[in-house]
Structures are given as C-alpha cells and as structure tokens.
Write a new protein. Structure first.
Length: 62
C-alpha cells in the first residue's frame, strides 16, 4: 500500500510512521512510495512496521 493512501485513510498513522524514523511521510515524493519501499530504504522490517500501524489504527478506531 502507498504511504499516501495509508495517511489519507488513517491520518493518525502519521505519528506511528514518524516514530519509526519515517520523517518524510508528508513529502510529496513519499506519497507515491509503498510502505515496503520505505521500510527497505530505512533498513527496517516491513512486518514490524505493519504490526505497529495496525495496532495504532485499531486503537484509534476503538
């Protein structure tokens, strides 16, 4: 999924993305970057990032 789509669908996800060091989540170029690409560029495990995002989204929607 594209970072831009994640942010559009779940605006609260920005804080989680930034906590993982993805500080450019609001940059225009990152809006067309997939979550997997961002994780790879930043040297992190995409599954860990997905789990954190899912947890934050579930908490926000509860």
């Amino acid at each position: 999924m594209l970072i831009g789509q994640i942010i559009q669908d779940h605006p609260n996800s920005v804080a989680t993305l930034m906590s993982f060091g993805l500080g450019c989540v609001m940059c225009p170029a990152s809006q067309m970057e997939s979550l997997e690409e961002a994780a790879m560029v930043h040297g992190m495990d995409v599954n860990t990032l997905v789990e954190a995002l899912n947890g934050a989204i579930e908490k926000a929607e509860a």
